[in-house]
Design a protein around this ligand. Structure first.
Ligand SMILES: [Zn+2]
Length: 178
């Protein structure tokens, strides 16, 4: 089977199973931003069921400039609601052994453009530490007035070798004055 045929037949198996009606709003009142890495799919690593959480994935699971309009659109569409009863959680999950940690001088311009920083200010060495970068990204969210301060934000690092997540930082709410 070609990969696309394989996927279509996998979907046929999925569609043939009994499914419950799903809530329009994510059950866990949570949006997860994580890396596109195929080894850390949060449906598996965070043991999610269909309908539990909104999942956004990009290279590194980073709060890049392109992620902010996405967050605004999802808020406008009502799947993210910072005022939801019980609160709304934004989870950042980066991981060890990430491809972002292997970027070198040759990729400086590309990486800087992606992350929205001037090439001269990009600290390639810092990209090797996901704990450090999770904190950088929480600061980025906190300093952007377009991100609702009433969100709770949790920064996790997924350890590839153990399969466990480590809590790096939690801010609830993101901005105390919210
Ligand atoms: Zn990664």
């Amino acid at each position: 089977l070609d990969p696309h045929e394989d996927l279509v037949s996998r979907n046929a198996r999925f569609a043939s199973r009994d499914r419950d009606a799903l809530p329009a709003f994510p059950r866990l009142r949570t949006l997860i931003l994580t890396c596109a890495d195929h080894r850390i799919d949060p449906a598996h690593t965070l043991d999610l069921e269909l309908g539990d959480a909104v999942v956004l994935r990009n290279a590194g699971g980073r709060v890049v400039p392109a992620m902010l309009p996405m967050l605004e659109l999802l808020t406008a569409a009502g799947v993210v609601d910072a005022e939801a009863e019980g609160g709304y959680e934004l989870v950042l999950m980066q991981h060890t052994e990430c491809g972002m940690a292997r970027l070198g001088e040759e990729q400086r311009e590309l990486a800087a453009d992606y992350l929205g920083v001037p090439p001269g200010e990009l600290d390639l060495e810092a990209l090797r530490d996901p704990r450090d970068q999770v904190r950088v990204d929480i600061d980025r969210l906190a300093s952007d007035p377009a991100v609702p301060g009433s969100l709770s934000v949790t920064g996790l690092v997924y350890e590839m070798s153990s399969g466990r997540v480590e809590l790096v930082e939690r801010r609830s709410p993101l901005r105390p004055d919210a």
